[in-house]
Ligand binder design. Structure first.
Ligand code: SAM
Length: 208
């Protein structure tokens, strides 16, 4: 038997599994954009705390379905740009469709690599929500991210506290102290530490 060849039946099963997985990913991103999330995520307050100047260039790192990108787009205004950065094509497709639907023209999807944000220009602010715990070699990542930050550029990290079944047992969170330690090792200094989201920590760092 030739092990490298798949039967028509096997190919068909694999195709169905791929379709199911693709649909599943899309529905996961759509769930992240559920307006009911606003009740605990408090996106308007979070973005207000960033104190982003109009016309800024901002990267939403790990933008997902674009939940925060719309709020960031409003903060930078028509002269500003939000780069919605993600490594997942489904996420980027959803962002493109969502922004078109909402008439938002200053959000540009960027296809990143896991170790490179692939930004087309240095930005004033990198905002990252619920993504930090997904990233590998974070100190190296954020050290190298400084090449995409303007002088005095800032980085905000929002992530789940590592408690509760989902965030604790399944590793879907990071300790606030770990974020701080890793960011300091990467060459950043903590400038703000907000306690405004029950389930998450929210810290802002500046490039030293
Ligand atoms: C849980 S989602 C959060 C989405 C969004 N920030 C939100 O709060 O709704 C995490 C996203 O980060 C992306 N991601 C993971 N590692 C990444 C990396 N190294 N660079 C860019 N995006 C990444 C994933 O593809 C996923 O879309």
């Amino acid at each position: 038997m030739n092990c490298t060849a798949f039967s028509a039946q096997q190919t068909c099963v694999m195709f169905i599994v791929c379709l199911w997985l693709a649909g599943c990913t899309e529905s996961v991103y759509q769930r992240m954009n559920d307006p009911a999330r606003d009740e605990w995520q408090n996106p308007q307050l979070v973005v207000a705390k960033l104190a982003i100047a109009p016309s800024s260039r901002v990267a939403d790192l790990g933008a997902g379905g674009g939940y925060f990108a719309g709020y960031l787009a409003k903060a930078v205004g028509p002269e500003g740009t939000v780069y919605a950065v993600d490594i997942n094509d489904t996420a980027l497709d959803i962002i493109s469709k969502e922004m078109k639907l909402r008439g938002i023209t200053n959000v540009l999807p960027i296809r990143a690599e896991p170790n490179d944000a692939k930004l087309p220009e240095p930005v004033d602010f990198v905002f990252s929500s619920n993504t930090y715990h997904h990233m590998k070699d974070r100190t190296a990542y954020f050290k190298s991210l400084t090449r995409y930050l303007k002088p005095n550029g800032r980085v905000a990290i929002v992530d789940f506290h590592p408690n509760g079944f989902f965030s604790g047992k399944l590793g879907h969170g990071t300790a606030k102290e770990d974020v701080r330690r890793e960011m300091e090792s990467a060459g950043y200094r903590l400038t703000a530490d907000y306690d405004v989201i029950d389930r998450q920590h929210f810290q802002i760092f500046i490039r030293e």
